[in-house]
Design a protein. Structure first.
Ligand code: FAD
Length: 460
């Protein structure tokens, strides 16, 4: 049943009204990476089903058990859920929150008397795909359909294919085909069928819950409150009209910082895309990169553990642990690299230009396996997204789809001169820069470059 729900088949008006529904009958909306009520496709269709809706969220122990006690993302999710809970309680309903293994929780939810259907938005990561298959099997035994919806992306899976019906491996033609499929008229963008928001009508459609649960504390799940730096959770103060001019300058606040909101779905991709199309084409293209890497991960799941191009699997990495540690801590003696790593460690964010330079430095200058860097970013980034992180790391390592050719190696010093010419960004994060206290460079870039070329040439 999964993925096959006929979207416009059932509407509220064509089905039974709530007053005719049996007392304990209900459907569930399962929140995952869609932590908002407005323009939420699965929630919209759950509310249209004609059966009262119960909302739930599961803190997944399979994921949580591998996280440190202070994890910014868990704090962020917790805050967002508290907001949603309050909003639902205002309608005499609730957001039920579970902490455990999704499979166990669904085994018990499937036994709940009166549960008729489950609604949720799709997640494209291999772990999530398997989890949803397992949940579907559990529900299936009880004849409870699981309806899944596309909400995280404008085009998913195999919706954008080449003329040979194969997935794109190169961004530029993908981007062109994506735009053709959208068929957007920027003047009338609000009427574009792919971008129309899904209305929210909660009144009288939620399951009444007499004794709403208190929000479980972070502590009860083994976490402590982490300090979160500011991340926009909506589009209110986002003006991207100068994005193309400002986006490469880490000292300026010239990018949207919406990665976290997109990752956790506190904003909808439809509203974000609409804003991008209206304001700035470069910004629009960046959002298409996000969809590009999502379809790469979906169609080529081997990228999770291996290079997209298999010939790069045999590079003789040096993998020096001490050097890796210095990179993690921002102690390489290359100011732009160190500034970026310190920004990441302190805030959970790093500017895109600096992500490219730090990644290149780890892989090319230090000859450390890109997967080590990928894992470190995955642990630290607020906007961590498997598809984008993996795709960009492979891009930096020159082994991915559409990757930078391996022989194009960023020079961290000239990158700094070009993109932080007044050293504002590096002075902010590396206070001791330009003093005797600053550490000596970990490698000589010129020599490291030659060493890297040799290692890559040996496998291509
Ligand atoms: P903006 O520049 O304002 O862009 C808007 C949105 O477009 C972003 O929030 C993101 O959703 C999307 N986007 C922009 N650039 C890219 C890109 N190159 N690839 C995919 N999507 C993009 N992005 C992530 O969302 N999660 C990651 O885990 C991640 N890891 C990265 C690792 C490396 C080594 C590199 C080089 C880039 C990575 N990126 C990742 C892409 C990019 O750096 C971030 O999306 C961006 O810096 C987030 O800041 P922003 O929201 O201000 O972006």
């Amino acid at each position: 049943y999964i993925n096959k729900f006929p979207l416009y088949f059932v509407t509220y008006s064509t089905r039974q009204t709530l007053s005719t529904v049996q007392k304990d009958h209900h459907v569930i909306h399962w929140f995952r990476r869609d932590l908002r009520l407005h323009d939420n496709k699965a929630l919209h269709f759950a509310l249209e089903s004609g059966t009262p809706v119960k909302c739930i969220f599961i803190f997944d122990r399979n994921i949580l058990d591998n996280l440190p006690e202070e994890d910014r993302r868990i704090t962020f999710i917790h805050r967002q859920l508290s907001r949603i809970k309050e909003q639902l309680q205002a309608y005499e309903s609730d957001l039920e929150i579970y902490h455990g293994e999704p499979i166990d929780i669904w085994k018990s939810l499937a036994e709940t008397h009166g549960l008729k259907e489950v609604y949720t938005n799709r997640d494209y990561e291999p772990y999530a795909i398997q989890r949803d298959k397992d949940v579907d099997a559990i529900l299936n035994k009880k004849k409870i359909p699981l309806h899944t919806f596309k909400d995280h992306l404008i085009f998913e899976k195999k919706e954008i294919l080449t003329q040979q019906e194969t997935p794109y491996k190169v961004f530029t033609p993908y981007c062109r085909a994506w735009k053709e499929s959208l068929d957007a008229d920027p003047e009338n963008i609000q009427y574009n069928k792919h971008l129309i928001p899904y209305p929210l009508n909660l009144k009288g459609r939620l399951l009444k819950i007499k004794d709403p649960q208190a929000m479980p504390s972070l502590k009860s799940m083994g976490f402590a409150e982490a300090k979160i730096h500011h991340y926009p959770t909506d589009l209110r103060n986002t003006d991207m009209s100068d994005y193309d001019k400002m986006r490469n300058l880490p000292a300026k606040d010239g990018t949207s910082r919406l990665g976290t909101a997109l990752r956790f779905g506190t904003i909808s991709i439809r509203e974000t895309m609409k804003m991008a199309i209206k304001t700035n084409e470069t910004f629009w293209n960046e959002l298409i990169w996000r969809e590009f890497f999502s379809q790469i991960l979906y169609n080529f799941p081997h990228v999770v553990n291996e290079p997209f191009h298999k010939k790069y699997a045999n590079i003789a990495w040096r993998n020096n642990e001490e050097e890796f540690e210095r990179w993690c801590q921002g102690e390489t003696g290359y100011a732009l690299v160190d500034a970026g790593m310190r920004e990441l460690n302190k805030t959970g964010f790093m500017h895109n230009r600096v992500r490219m330079v730090t990644a290149s430095f780890l892989v090319k200058d230090l000859l450390i396996d890109w997967r080590w860097g990928e894992a470190y970013f995955a642990e630290k980034l607020m906007d961590y997204e498997l598809a984008s992180n993996n795709g960009n790391w492979q891009w930096a390592a020159g082994c991915g789809t559409d990757a930078a050719p391996y022989f194009r190696i960023f020079n961290p010093e000239s990158q700094q001169k070009k993109f932080d010419p007044e050293s504002i960004y590096i002075k902010k994060w590396v206070k001791e820069w330009d003093t005797e206290d600053y550490t000596a460079p970990i490698v000589d870039h010129k020599k490291a470059r030659q060493r890297c070329l040799k290692a890559y040439k040996a496998v291509v």
